[in-house]
Write a protein that binds this ligand. Structure first.
Ligand code: PMP
Length: 375
C-alpha cells in the first residue's frame, strides 16, 4: 500500500507517547502564555495590528508574486532599510520566513568546494541550510570557538561558520566574539541566526551581534525572524550590501518564493518603530527572564540561567515532559515542551518564554503551577 510505512512510524510514536497534535488557539484564550515567542508582547499591540491592516488595505492580502517580479512593495524596501539601520548593518533582505532566510544565507554563502562549520545545537533551519548547500558541512561541539578554529584550519578555500546567537532549546548564548575571532584567523565568514536575540539583546533590542560590536562587520551576516519579538511573520538577512546583492541573485528561497505578505511587512515595520520609541521593552524581557529563572530555582526546579528571554526547565523523561506540559495547561498555564526528536541531546525540557509584559503576579502564578505539577 502506498505510504504503508508511515503507519508503522505512527504506531512507534504512539507507543513512545510522542505523538504531536495541533490545537487551535482561541482568540480569547484564558491560558497564561509562557509558550509563545511573542517576547515583547507586541503581536496584539494595536499599532502592530493596525500596521498589518493598513498594509492589507493598501497593498492587498498577498504580495502577488516573487520579490523579483511583483512581490516587492514600498513597504518591503522600507522595512529592509529600517531593519538594517536599527541593527547596524549596511543592508537587509526580507524573506517570507526566518526559515527561508536561513536556507538562503547558508546555501548562497557556501558554494561547491566550501566548508560549513556548524554548531551541534543549531536550529533545524540552519541544519537544513547545511543539507541543501553545495559545500561540505562539519558539525562541531556546541558553543566552542576552538572547535570552529580547528575545523577551519583543515580546509583550503571558502569557508563559513554558522551558529544561532541564542540557542532555541536552552536559551544559552553563543560565544560570538570568540567565533568571530576564530573565523577572522582563517578568513572565513560568520553567519549567525539572531532569531531569539533581536528585540531582546543589545542596546534597545538591536540584537546579539550589536551587543558584542559585530554589527556592520564586513565578514558577518545575520539572519532574523520577524515572528518573535516583532510579533509578525517573516524573516530577513542583514549584512554588507555586496552580500545582500549576492542573495538577490543567488538565493533560491528568495528568487522562487512569493514575497512576504504586505500585512506581515506592515506589522513588522510598526513593531520595529514601536521598539525604537520604547527601547526599555528589550531590557524588560531580560529582567523578566532573570526573575523567572530566580523564582524557578528558588522553588527547587532545575532551570538553565537564561542569556535572553528563553528559560529552559529540565524534565526527567520525554513522557513526563509531555505530561507536565499537559498538567500545566489544565491548570491554566501554556508552556512549551521540547523532547526528542526535537532536542539533539535527548534531554526533555519545558520551554518558557519570559515575555516583557508579564507581571510579577503572573510570574508567581506560573512558577506555582510549574512547581505543583512537577513530575
Ligand atoms: N531560527 C531559530 C533559532 C528559530 O527558533 C526559528 C523559529 N522557530 C527560526 C529560525 C525560523 O523562523 P521562522 O519561524 O520565521 O521561520
Amino acid at each position: 500500500m502506498a505510504f504503508g510505512w508511515i503507519d508503522e512510524q505512527a504506531r512507534a510514536r504512539r507507543r513512545a507517547g510522542l505523538v504531536r497534535t495541533l490545537r487551535p488557539r482561541p482568540a480569547d484564550s484564558p491560558l497564561l502564555d509562557l509558550a509563545s515567542n511573542d517576547y515583547l508582547g507586541l503581536s496584539r499591540h494595536p499599532e502592530v495590528a493596525e500596521g498589518a491592516a493598513a498594509a492589507a488595505r493598501t497593498w492587498g492580502g498577498g504580495s502577488t508574486g516573487s520579490r523579483l517580479v511583483t512581490g516587492t512593495t514600498e513597504l518591503h524596501t522600507e522595512l529592509e532599510r529600517e531593519l538594517a539601520e536599527f541593527c547596524g548593518f549596511e543592508a537587509a533582505l526580507v524573506f517570507s520566513s526566518g526559515y527561508a532566510a536561513n536556507l538562503a544565507a547558508v546555501t548562497a554563502l557556501a558554494p561547491h568546494g566550501s566548508l560549513i562549520v556548524s554548531d551541534a545545537g543549531n536550529h533545524a533551519s540552519l541544519i537544513d541550510g547545511c543539507r541543501l548547500a553545495r559545500g561540505t558541512t562539519q558539525v562541531v561541539a556546541h558553543a566552542d570557538p576552538d572547535a570552529v578554529r580547528k575545523a577551519l584550519g583543515t580546509h583550503d578555500g571558502p569557508a563559513v561558520a554558522v551558529s544561532d546567537t541564542v540557542f532555541s532549546v536552552d536559551g544559552d548564548a553563543a560565544p560570538l566574539a570568540g567565533l568571530a575571532a576564530a573565523c577572522r584567523e582563517h578568513g572565513a565568514g560568520l553567519v549567525v541566526d539572531d532569531a531569539h536575540g533581536l528585540g531582546v539583546l543589545g542596546n534597545g533590542g538591536r540584537g546579539a551581534p550589536y551587543a558584542v560590536g559585530l554589527a556592520g562587520a564586513e565578514d558577518v551576516v545575520v539572519t532574523v525572524t520577524l515572528s518573535k519579538s516583532l510579533g509578525s511573520q517573516g524573516g530577513a538577512v542583514l549584512g554588507p550590501a555586496r552580500v545582500i546583492d549576492h542573495l538577490v541573485n543567488a538565493a533560491r528561497t528568495f528568487i522562487f518564493d512569493t514575497g512576504l505578505a504586505p500585512a506581515a511587512a506592515g506589522a513588522a515595520l510598526a513593531a520595529l518603530r514601536l521598539l525604537r520609541r520604547e527601547p526599555e521593552r528589550a531590557a524588560r524581557a531580560r529582567e523578566v527572564a532573570s526573575e523567572l529563572h530566580g523564582r524557578l530555582t528558588a522553588a527547587g526546579l532545575e532551570a538553565v540561567r537564561p542569556d535572553a528571554a528563553v528559560v529552559s526547565v529540565r524534565a526527567p523523561s520525554p513522557e513526563e515532559a509531555v505530561q507536565w506540559a499537559a498538567d500545566c495547561r489544565s491548570a491554566g498555564l501554556a508552556v512549551g515542551c521540547f523532547r526528542p526528536p526535537s532536542v539533539p541531546d535527548g534531554i526533555s525540557r519545558l520551554r518558557l518564554t519570559a515575555r516583557a509584559d508579564l507581571s510579577g503576579a503572573e510570574l508567581d502564578r506560573a512558577v506555582r503551577v510549574i512547581g505543583e505539577t512537577r513530575p
